[in-house]
Design a protein around this ligand. Structure first.
Ligand code: ZN
Length: 229
């Protein structure tokens, strides 16, 4: 594994973590602000917020588990096929590897030498890398992905939950909205940084999305609260 791949892997995890936290902030802040539009009962708001936190974190985790599992199954199937091809027609496979390296710009003699040496060293790893762009030793673990997104979502969700839990009735909504805006500015900034996008634009967009979500749920909470209260 090269240094670039390690960095790339870490970047992907980091990006997924920031997105998970962002989801946790937006959905939980909107949820508690919405319920606060309908009731001033702190216990009701907290129960709804906690239920929303676990629902969201579980939903993120199981979605991630399913998607990474399918990806891993697909990669395993490709590796099994490659293993069988290497067993059944090693000559053709050597030629195939040689052609891949020729395609990358090596001359015929060098490509043949590279293909031969890589095949002697670890034929499956060589084909997995050149043909499938998979590292057979580094298939993504679905449990790891599930736990990571659960934690990321929870970290994001705890902030608006704490903001609404520890403030007085009249300050509840403004404090929670402000806390969410600050947190969304941070996640927007970090994710723009990670993907090399324009930071200010990403931050504004991220805050706008959160404000719309919180505004809509607050309006709905207030309407429903008035009509049933
Ligand atoms: Zn092959």
């Amino acid at each position: 594994m090269t240094h670039d791949e390690v960095t790339g892997d870490r970047m992907n995890w980091l990006r997924a973590g920031v997105l998970g936290a962002n989801d946790g902030i937006v959905s939980t802040a909107s949820l508690v602000v919405g319920v606060a539009g309908a009731t001033t009962d702190r216990a009701q708001i907290l129960v709804a917020g906690l239920a929303g936190l676990f629902a969201g974190a579980m939903s993120m985790a199981s979605g991630e588990y399913v998607s990474v599992s399918s990806q891993r199954d697909a990669e395993r199937a490709l590796l099994a096929k490659e293993r069988q091809e290497l067993r059944d027609m090693p000559e053709e496979e050597l030629e195939e590897l040689k052609e891949i390296y020729e395609g990358k710009g090596l001359d015929s003699g060098t490509a043949e030498e590279v293909a031969r040496q890589l095949t002697e060293h670890d034929a499956l790893a060589a084909h997995a890398d050149a043909e499938l762009h998979i590292d057979p030793d580094e298939l993504t673990n679905p449990w790891g992905a599930a736990v990571a997104s659960f934690i990321a979502f929870t970290v994001g969700a705890l902030l608006p939950l704490a903001a609404i839990a520890f403030t007085t009735t009249s300050l509840r909504v403004p404090v929670t909205v402000t806390a969410a805006i600050l947190a969304l500015a941070l996640t927007g900034f970090v994710s723009a940084r990670l993907s090399g996008a324009r930071k200010r634009r990403a931050v504004v967009r991220n805050i706008a999305g959160g404000l719309i979500a919180m505004g809509v749920t607050y309006a709905i909470g207030s309407l429903v609260g008035q009509s049933i209260g």
